[in-house]
Design a protein around this ligand. Sequence first.
Ligand SMILES: [Zn+2]
Ligand SMILES: [Zn+2]
Length: 196
Amino acid sequence: MGDIPFSCTCGTVNGRLVDIDKKAGSRITCYCKDCQTAAHALGRSDLLNARGGSDIYQTTPAHIRIDEGATHVACLRLSPKGLMRWYAECCNTPLFNTLPSPKLCFSGVLVHTVAEEARDPLGPLTAETFTEGATGEGPPVRKYGFARTGFNIMRRHLRAKLGRAATMAPFFDADGAATCTPRVLTLEERNAACPD
Ligand SMILES: [Zn+2]
Ligand SMILES: [Zn+2]
């Protein structure tokens, strides 16, 4: 069990993933168009892998502490119903994803915020999802682990509720209100950022 430092590219927003053990979360790579669109909209397609994938550590908000730069954390949504995509506005680094409501104890941490040599405690890759969205040259990306991903999200949610680690900070306050007002892309902005 230990803490793992994370930060945005420029270092203004930084913090720790705390109490990370095997049960705390699992790593996936997502190739969906929305994750790619969000990276493009922020001008950070450099953070996608060669096939357009985003490496995400799925965990619960109780494992996330922002130590510095919290006022630079902003939120983007691709549509009025889309996921909340939290990012550092200082350098447009995508940081976390959450659902739009605080009902599910879920958050995804973008693994590019963790230095490569510090990633071991996050465990091995357990799923590659929406691989039909993969871009670039090469053989089809193999899809696996999607059902297990959903199961793990529910298991961690229930464990957080039972263990009273159901806090949604730093994303939502105790009344369930988001800690910043998301910017919702217009349809034009969204289409411009969507990879074909
Ligand atoms: Zn930054
Ligand atoms: Zn995705």
